[in-house]
Design a protein. Structure first.
Length: 202
């Protein structure tokens, strides 16, 4: 994989070096420079994406596999080959940034304070989550799920999320649910730490 991917990785970074000034001026992912770079990145592997933030003199590029663990080594290989671009920091996988106030996918915006979870554990001890979101309808479930997955990336970091959560499902929070009796999404890191300590005590 390393030798086969190397020429495409080099081609991607050549494109990035050329397009970095344009990307730094871009307001969002609708800029043509984004599409051109994404096309080059997905020439390496179709499962790869990137995110960027651009502030004068302080820009971030994050290469992500969207949680696909088998691609993590390739992401690290790509980032290791990055040239020095003044004003840019290049990162492998989405870092842990803390939970945002809200997440959005399409037209659906979800406030973090409206998201709760129930732990689901299979016979092998793997952890999944049932996510419950207040204020959404059944036809908004798919977009809300994508929004919350992005929130989880930010709250835990891409690699930690892949390591600790086997899968997720999402549903609207029932109207009769009592929020005080549920576990808030923002309590997930503390829950995972508690679960890890419990496993070590066994």
């Amino acid at each position: 994989m390393t030798s086969e991917a190397a020429p495409r990785i080099a081609a991607f970074w050549r494109s990035f070096s050329e397009l970095a000034p344009e990307l730094a001026r871009a307001a969002d992912a609708n800029d043509p420079a984004y599409d051109r770079l994404l096309e080059g990145l997905q020439q390496i592997d179709a499962g790869l994406y990137f995110e960027f933030s651009a502030e004068p003199g302080d820009c971030d590029l994050v290469i992500t596999a969207e949680g696909e663990r088998t691609l993590f080594p390739l992401v690290r290989q790509i980032v290791a080959a990055a040239p020095g671009i003044p004003g840019w920091t290049v990162r492998a996988l989405k870092p842990k940034l803390g939970f945002p106030e809200a997440g959005q996918w399409g037209e659906v915006r979800v406030k973090t304070e409206d998201v709760f979870f129930e732990p689901l554990e299979n016979g092998a001890g793997d952890l999944g989550l049932r996510l419950l979101v207040a204020g959404i309808t059944d036809d908004q479930v798919e977009d809300a799920h994508n929004a919350v997955l992005r929130m989880l990336d930010h709250g835990l970091g891409e690699e930690a999320l892949a390591d600790t959560i086997l899968g997720t499902e999402l549903a609207p929070l029932p109207a009769e649910a009592v929020r005080e009796e549920l576990i808030a999404l923002t309590d997930l890191p503390a829950f995972l730490e508690w679960r890890l300590r419990k496993a070590r005590e066994v």
